[in-house]
Ligand binder design. Sequence first.
Ligand code: ARG
Length: 579
Amino acid sequence: MLSIEKKLNLKIKNIFQSLDFDEKFAFVKPSDRPDLSDFQCNGALALAKTLKQNPRDIGQKIADSLACDNDIDSVSVDGPGFINIKLNSLFIAQNTDEMAADGRLGCTKTDAKKKIVMDFGGPNVAKALHVGHLRSAVIGESIRRTLEFVGHDVISDVHFGDWGTPMGMILAELIEKDGDLSKVKTYNIDDISNVYKQANTRAKEDEAFKEKARIITAQLQNGNQEYVDAWKHLRAVSVAAVKENYDELQAHFDLWLGESDAHQTCKEIIALAEQTGVSEVDEGATIIRLPQTNKPMPPVILVKSDGGVGYQVTDIATIKMRVDNLKADEIIYVVDKRQSLHFEQVFKVAQMLQIAQNVSLEHVGFGTVNGQDGKPFKTRDGGVMNLKDLIEMSKEKVRSSMPKAGEVQGYGADEIEKLVSEVAMAAIKFQDLKNTASSGYVFELDDFAKFEGKTGPYIQYAIARINSILKKAEEMGIKPDCVVIDSPDERTLALRLGAFENIVNRAANEKEPSIIADYAYQLAQIFSSFYNVCSIINAQDNVLQASRLRLAKLTRDVLIKALYLLGIDAPEKMLKAND
Ligand code: ARG
């Protein structure tokens, strides 16, 4: 099916053709002034410029043709030459019927399917996931689901941080503590992260220890068997721990590769850079100087003077692997925007080495989660907030506003806990995703889990409410049928539903989940106003009953899909304390 916007674009295109105007300008967009129009076409302005004619005259010609179309109620040319279009309600109603009958809710699959590799998560061995990892997982997963829904072939890779100096530090600390590495297999994730913390503190005070860790890192990377064996255990335990975290966040990874998997390819990259004369030796290190831009662009260090390879080379090598082995057309990194210089350097080198020809490389940088003081979010005692603790805190909040096990029929301890978890995750994720990815936000401790306001639970509640309306209607034998637009509220709701495809495509193109979050919130509000005025069960006749029921059902389905694209579950029913 074609959405209203696409149908309108076709109409405009035909008109442009018949008037011999350049089709490049034949586009409509949802109106900025919904009080005046449903859609607008601003093409007359740009077109007039190229034709050196009066934009109002051009606009009027287009408007006159549009006015002959039965699907259009009225057209006006306003201001310097904006064409404002108001649609016929019958046209909107028919479109809504088509959408209700369409399994993809009016969202056509892209005809430019790409293989997209997504790099998000980025956890490190031996470190518990903290609040800094939240955004990468939440934003990354939403973009992943959206791109997949649009029809792309998406492969997500967690890109585990398992190969740098921290590895040598842990091994050095273990040797310091136990004399050797014989006990390493008895260490669980808590032990390992404690050892890592101790290693960090020691490295700050003890130069000799730091040196030892550096040497161990280099030996590990060069295949020292004892170190490799110990490292394998550290890695496996860490992967198992973060998997649990990501499962709870419902972030899906197709690949669990890490920096270490790029080791061989790093050597190829270094050789390639030497052969092509891209690299040079500088004070014992092999570096690549980058073309200077309007900001400082430090060189990339391929091989450190001690022979070790760093974070930048692994990322460059990983690009080569993703292009050669996975046949990526596009690679997207959802990583803290404080790493943007790193990605600029890495992408530049990929281009200089010609390892990613015709592949688009994009860093979707996000801002930090802040506390009330505007600084990165901390625990009350000033430490880094663990993701697990943050989730538990959110659950505690939700639990307190819900009935206890056994208070509501059919809700024992397990059912209540499942609901608590679904609502708590919705609260955390929505609070994150309602903000544009690139800006930071203040973690709101009081309002984020409320059932009112711009929250995840509010939208879950709106869905559950429609579910109960649908159930009641079904019990009364009412069936959804053709949409009839009888009142302004029905019209507004139907039009907004019709915009879903545009919203999904924009979110996918801009890699911006907040577009979907805004839409879901707005749609839930529009439905609420509609339902206040337009009763379903008490509608004046069967035709209206059936039409409104279809609108309600479609709203529910679109809201569920929108939440799905945000990585949020929609419980069938919601409970409040004293329900
Ligand atoms: N492990 C890194 C860190 O903690 C993030 C990895 C991001 N992804 C990447 N391909 N560099 O900073």
